[in-house]
Design a protein around this ligand. Structure first.
Ligand SMILES: NC(=O)c1ccc[n+]([C@@H]2O[C@H](COP(=O)([O-])OP(=O)(O)OC[C@H]3O[C@@H](n4cnc5c(N)ncnc54)[C@H](OP(=O)(O)O)[C@@H]3O)[C@@H](O)[C@H]2O)c1
Length: 301
């Protein structure tokens, strides 16, 4: 009991200390902006529907939702670096993007490895001259298994691929995003972070944690002009869920739950992600937006 009390007391003291030091460290400009009710710098511009001149790192850009995001951001004018584990798939995509006149580079990286994440960020830092406007934490694996059958190794692998990677990459990207003076992080979560789904307890836990991480970083890093948002897709037609799409019983049950009565397309997720990166959304911060045809708000039987 005393241990619990000590922990809370420490937390409280630490919280007070950091609040005080933050106030002391505020610049005169920030103080004036706060007093005028401006807070962090407003950055709505005439060019608010363009990403020209911006840089982006998108993990898992070779397939599905990640690939659609790379292409959507490139259409808005961003220069992009992406990654995946398969060199062959990456090279195929790079050729496709070159033919489309998009500015995209890529490297092989397994985001479940802390060392490879550091190498990835080093690469982005050198390509983009130390400045990054956009980080999209998209790469993840699906994992379905009844909770009692999940091994510790499997649990750790799903956590490191889906959640540790997103947190660590955000941490590594922080100085680059701050240096850009207009940073935006978008996490790709899932409706499984809101809903209880049999056999998806570990996958759902990675996404639920990501939803909360969004809100926490949105508060912690707003002062550095970094916005943090998240999208939570329902079932989207990608290679990840191909086996489910071939299952007629699943398709019938699932589409019945979705008011729009269909699954989503990768481009429908990419469009919302692009909006969250555009200056047009510069007052949107800390939000988790479901892109699920209305599945999570459907109360009908
Ligand atoms: N599709 C859906 O219905 C759905 C629904 C909700 C949420 N989501 C989320 O949306 C995101 C994208 O899913 P998706 O459906 O587009 O998946 P996908 O079709 O399987 O594509 C995943 C991408 O991530 C890469 N990737 C996977 N593991 C990686 C790793 N360890 N390191 C680096 N890259 C890795 C893959 O390339 P390599 O295999 O070559 O590494 C691929 O480019 C995920 O976060 C997923 O949880 C998807």
């Amino acid at each position: 009991m005393s241990h619990v009390n000590m922990t809370w007391l420490d937390l409280f003291r630490h919280g007070s200390r950091s609040r005080n030091s933050r106030l002391r460290l505020s610049t005169e400009r920030e103080k004036k902006a706060m007093e005028a009710g401006n807070g962090c710098r407003p950055n709505i511009t005439d060019d608010r529907w363009s990403l020209r001149g911006t840089t982006a790192l998108v993990t898992g850009g070779s397939k599905g939702i990640g690939r659609a995001i790379v292409e959507e951001l490139a259409r808005f004018g961003a220069a992009i670096h992406t990654c995946c584990r398969s060199e062959q798939e990456l090279n195929k995509c790079l050729q496709r993007w070159e033919a489309m006149n998009f500015t995209v580079t890529g490297s092989v990286c397994d985001v479940s490895s802390p060392v490879e994440r550091e190498n990835l960020m080093d690469k982005a830092r050198s390509i983009f001259d130390g400045k990054l406007n956009i980080l999209i934490n998209n790469a993840a694996i699906g994992y379905i298994n009844p909770a009692i059958k999940v091994t510790l190794e499997e649990y750790k692998h799903v956590m490191s691929t889906n959640l540790d990677s997103a947190f660590h990459l955000s941490q590594l990207a922080h100085p680059l995003l701050k240096a850009s003076a207009r940073g935006s992080i978008v996490f790709i979560s899932s409706v499984a972070g809101f809903l209880g789904i049999n056999t998806a307890s570990v996958y759902g836990a990675t996404k639920g944690a990501m939803n909360q991480l969004t809100r926490s970083l949105a508060c912690e890093w707003a002062k550095d002009n970094i916005r943090t948002n998240c999208v939570a897709p329902g079932v989207i037609r990608t290679p990840l869920v191909r086996p489910l799409l071939d299952n007629k019983e699943f398709v019938a049950k699932e589409t019945r739950r979705v008011p729009l009565r269909r699954f989503g397309e990768p481009k429908e997720v990419a469009a919302v992600v692009a909006f969250l990166c555009l200056p047009a959304s510069c007052y949107v911060n800390g939000q988790v937006i479901c892109i699920d045809g209305g599945k999570t708000i459907n109360g009908n039987l």
